[in-house]
Ligand binder design. Structure first.
Ligand SMILES: *[C@@H]1O[C@H](CO)[C@@H](O)[C@H](O)[C@H]1NC(C)=O
Ligand SMILES: *[C@@H]1O[C@H](CO)[C@@H](O)[C@H](O)[C@H]1NC(C)=O
Ligand SMILES: *[C@@H]1O[C@H](CO)[C@@H](O)[C@H](O)[C@H]1NC(C)=O
Ligand SMILES: *[C@@H]1O[C@H](CO)[C@@H](O)[C@H](O)[C@H]1NC(C)=O
Ligand SMILES: [Zn+2]
Length: 313
């Protein structure tokens, strides 16, 4: 009995260790993005994903998680996160490209790589589809606070309670809190949740923030000399780099998500249920915001790539 229970816990910790937002979170990001695509980006998404993915970034968003344990794709597992070696429990949060991604084997470099590949007409349709699916997925991952945190393996090694059940802190953020929220407030479906977030973006509480979401300058730490999604993508394409060029936007997004590790994420007491009460109430607005803005940013990113500008309000 004891053996069985500990086996289950080990398995849960392992699975959570490399997952990001669960399927629900990733699909939501894709469905949000889908609603903001400009004409050429929409046409590419449609033809590239095809009927296999119901022509939808929402459906394709989870592919990267399904392949990462498969032979031939294990190299992609480290690309789902960046291990920020900061100190969230002492209130010191930060992401630094050289310190945390010096080998270019992390999500920051991966977004740059797949940005150049998705528009590289020298690659096959399959390779470009793969680049699109990685971008779709990594735009979600980079907004999950525990995917931009090295402490305790991004919270995987911290036991937690969600809805009365044992889990770990990372998994509570990937799925537990998201699922509880979507079941309680958004019809239990990624499509409904995405529609609710899109309404907030178009006419609700996020409307006044959206232009700043694309500015990539909300940080106190020094960044590269590029600004905005448009500058970042265009700069990368013009440089035609053969090595990975550091981008500013993904770094800013990672820092934004990482900053929550110093506020809400580690702010609980032992045994507290993270999927109810005060912790849950503090986490839900963060998760809503992170999923909404990563979907919006994914659309802007693809719109700059295919239509030449973010094409967004
Ligand atoms: C996507 O492509 C399919 C198949 O070519 C086509 O039937 C459909 O109208 C397209 N949808 C959009 C929104 O362009
Ligand atoms: C870019 O992506 C391709 C395809 O997944 C991969 O083979 C290559 O190693 C990546 N390049 C870098 C520098 O990460
Ligand atoms: C910029 O960062 C500050 C401090 O983290 C935060 O309060 C503010 O909401 C952020 N602005 C945007 C547009 O994200
Ligand atoms: C941290 O938790 C305490 C106790 O629930 C709460 O009063 C406080 O507002 C929380 N801080 C943040 C940043 O969520
Ligand atoms: Zn992932």
């Amino acid at each position: 009995m004891i053996k069985l229970v500990s086996g289950v816990l080990v398995l849960a910790a392992f699975v959570g260790g490399v997952a990001a937002w669960g399927n629900l979170g990733h699909q939501t990001v894709g469905y949000v993005a889908q609603q903001f695509l400009a004409p050429k980006a929409a046409a590419f998404v449609n033809s590239s994903l095809g009927s296999t993915y119901s022509y939808s970034l929402g459906v394709a968003a989870t592919w990267a998680d399904t392949v990462k344990y498969e032979t031939g794709y294990t190299w992609s597992a480290p690309l789902h996160f960046v291990d920020a070696n900061d100190s969230p429990l002492t209130g010191s949060c930060s992401v630094q490209e050289t310190r945390d991604c010096g080998d270019n084997d992390c999500i920051l470099a991966a977004i740059a790589n797949y940005t150049t590949r998705v528009v590289n007409t020298g690659l096959s349709a399959t390779q470009r589809q793969e680049a699109l699916k990685f971008l779709d997925h990594f735009h979600g991952d980079i907004s999950q606070p525990l995917h931009v945190e090295a402490y305790e393996v991004g919270g995987n090694d911290i036991n937690a309670i969600c809805g009365g059940s044992s889990t770990n802190l990372h998994a509570a953020w990937d799925t537990g809190i998201v699922t509880t929220n979507v079941n309680a407030n958004h019809g239990g479906a990624a499509t409904t949740y995405a529609n609710d977030l899109v309404a907030r973006i178009k006419t609700g509480i996020y409307e006044s923030q959206t232009s700043s979401w694309l500015a990539c300058d909300n940080t106190t730490e020094p960044v590269y000399n590029k600004r905005s999604v448009e500058d970042d993508v265009n700069g990368l394409l013009v440089s035609k780099a053969t090595t990975i060029t550091p981008l500013e936007c993904p770094l800013v997004w990672a820092r934004e998500a990482n900053a929550f590790d110093c506020t809400v994420v580690f702010n609980y007491t032992t045994g507290q249920d993270l999927c109810a009460g005060s912790y849950y109430n503090a986490a839900v607005p963060v998760i809503d915001l992170q999923l909404a803005r990563s979907g919006y940013r994914l659309a802007a990113w693809l719109n700059v790539l295919f239509d030449g500008s973010p094409n967004l309000p």
